[in-house]
Design a protein around this ligand. Structure first.
Ligand code: SAM
Length: 339
C-alpha cells in the first residue's frame, strides 16, 4: 500500500515505482520508473537510473548536469492522494482536493468504511476514498466507459492501492448497484450526470444513517436530484460549494517598493553619479541598495483564476425505513386482537 506513511516519505525508489515529478508548484506529472529509462522536460534529459536505489523526496538533476533553462532539476516525490490528483492523466473532469476533503468529511469515512462510487472517471476521488477507508475498508467503484474502468484499475495496481478498490465496468443508470446487499454500505458518492436515476439504488444499499454525496456542476441537476431525494428515505438534504483560490506569494523589498518609485530611484542614482546601465535597463536596484536599505516582505496575489470547475456538493442522510402501509395494517390488526 503506497498510501501508508512508510512509503509516502523518503523510502528507497525501485524500478516499477510510480513517482511524482515536481517541476513547479503548478507543474506535476507522474512517471513509472524503468531501468535505462529517461524523461525529458524543458530543463533537459533525466535518467531513471540516477534515482533507482536512492530515496524519494530528493532533487533529480539532468543527465548532463547542465542547465538548459531554469533550475535544471526537479523534485521526485512518492505519490500521496493529493499529489496523485495534481499529477494524474485526465481522462475526464476530476474532483480536486478541496472538494474531496469536504466530501470525505461529510461522508464520515474512516478505516473500515465501505463506500460505493459512480463513476470512477480518472480515479482522482477513488484514490482519496481508498486512503480514507484503508486498511480494512473498501471502495466499490463503477464506470460506464470500459477503457476508463480498465485504465483506472491499472493505475491503482501500479500505485499499490488495489487491495482497497474494485472497479467494475457498468452503467449504474440501468443496472444500479445489483449484487450489493440492502443496507450494507456506509456511504455512496455519485459524480455522474443523471444522479437521480441512481438515487433509489443508493437508498437501497445505504445503511441507516449512511450518507449519500453527489457532485454536480449545474444547479438544474441539483434541483432534479433534490426532488428525487425528497421522495425517498433521506433527510438532512443540503447543498454547498467550496470556494478555492491559490495565492502566489513572493518576496519583495519593503523600502524599495514603499518609499521610492522606479523613476525616482533612477534619477537619484544618475544625479549621485552611480548610474549603472545594466541596472537601469533591467530596473534592478544596486546591490548596495538591497543590502543597506531593503527589508524583505511577503506579498500575495491571487494566482490565475480558480483552477477547478465549480460544482455543487449535495449531501443526504439515509433515514430508517418508513413503515409500509401494509406493515401498519398488520400492526393494527394485531393490536385489535384481544389478549
Ligand atoms: N470523480 C471522478 C474523478 O475524480 O476522477 C470523475 C468522474 S467523471 C466527471 C464522470 C464519470 O462518470 C465518467 O467517467 C463517465 O463515463 C461516468 N459515468 C457517466 N454515467 C455513468 C453511468 N450511468 N454509470 C457509470 N458511470 C457513468
Amino acid at each position: 500500500n503506497s498510501w501508508n506513511d512508510e512509503r509516502i516519505g523518503t523510502s528507497e525508489i525501485h524500478g516499477g515505482d510510480i513517482v511524482v515529478v515536481h517541476s513547479r508548484f503548478d507543474e506535476l506529472l507522474n512517471l513509472e520508473l524503468k531501468k535505462h529509462g529517461n524523461f525529458h522536460n524543458r530543463y533537459g534529459i533525466f535518467n531513471h537510473d540516477d534515482l533507482l536505489g536512492k530515496n524519494a523526496g530528493r532533487r533529480w538533476i539532468t543527465a548532463s548536469g547542465k542547465v538548459a533553462t531554469g533550475a535544471g532539476f526537479v523534485i521526485v516525490l512518492r505519490p500521496t492522494p493529493e499529489l496523485w490528483t495534481l499529477s494524474l492523466s485526465h481522462r475526464t473532469q476530476i474532483v480536486y482536493t478541496h472538494d474531496i476533503a469536504v466530501i470525505t468529511a461529510e461522508m464520515d469515512l474512516r478505516p473500515g468504511s465501505i463506500v460505493v462510487e459512480a463513476g470512477t472517471g480518472s480515479g482522482s476521488m477513488t484514490a482519496s476514498l481508498a486512503r480514507a477507508v484503508a486498511p480494512t475498508g473498501r471502495v466499490v467503484s463503477f464506470e460506464i466507459h470500459e477503457d476508463r474502468a480498465k485504465k483506472a484499475t491499472e493505475d491503482f495496481e501500479k500505485l499499490g492501492i488495489s487491495d482497497y478498490i474494485t472497479v467494475t465496468h457498468r452503467n449504474v443508470g440501468t443496472e444500479g448497484f445489483k449484487g450489493i446487499p440492502e443496507s450494507s454500505v456506509d456511504a455512496v458518492f455519485l459524480d455522474l450526470p443523471a444522479v437521480w436515476d441512481v438515487a433509489a439504488e443508493a437508498e437501497r444499499i445505504l445503511r441507516v444513517d449512511g450518507v449519500l454525496a453527489t457532485f454536480s456542476p449545474c444547479v438544474e441537476q441539483v434541483q432534479q436530484t433534490y426532488e428525487e431525494l425528497s421522495k425517498l428515505n433521506f433527510s438532512e438534504i443540503e447543498t454547498s460549494t467550496v470556494g478555492f483560490r491559490t495565492w502566489d506569494t513572493k518576496k519583495r523589498s519593503k523600502d524599495y517598493s514603499q518609499s521610492e518609485t522606479e523613476q525616482e530611484r533612477k534619477r537619484k542614482r544618475v544625479s549621485e553619479g552611480r548610474g549603472n546601465q545594466a541596472g537601469e535597463r533591467s530596473g534592478i536596484p544596486d546591490k548596495d541598495d538591497i543590502v543597506k536599505k531593503c527589508d524583505v516582505e511577503l506579498v500575495s496575489r491571487p494566482y490565475r483564476e480558480i483552477m477547478t470547475h465549480t460544482s455543487y456538493l449535495t449531501f443526504a442522510r439515509r433515514l430508517e425505513n418508513k413503515p409500509k402501509p401494509s406493515d401498519a395494517k398488520v400492526q393494527s390488526e394485531g393490536g385489535d386482537k384481544p389478549g
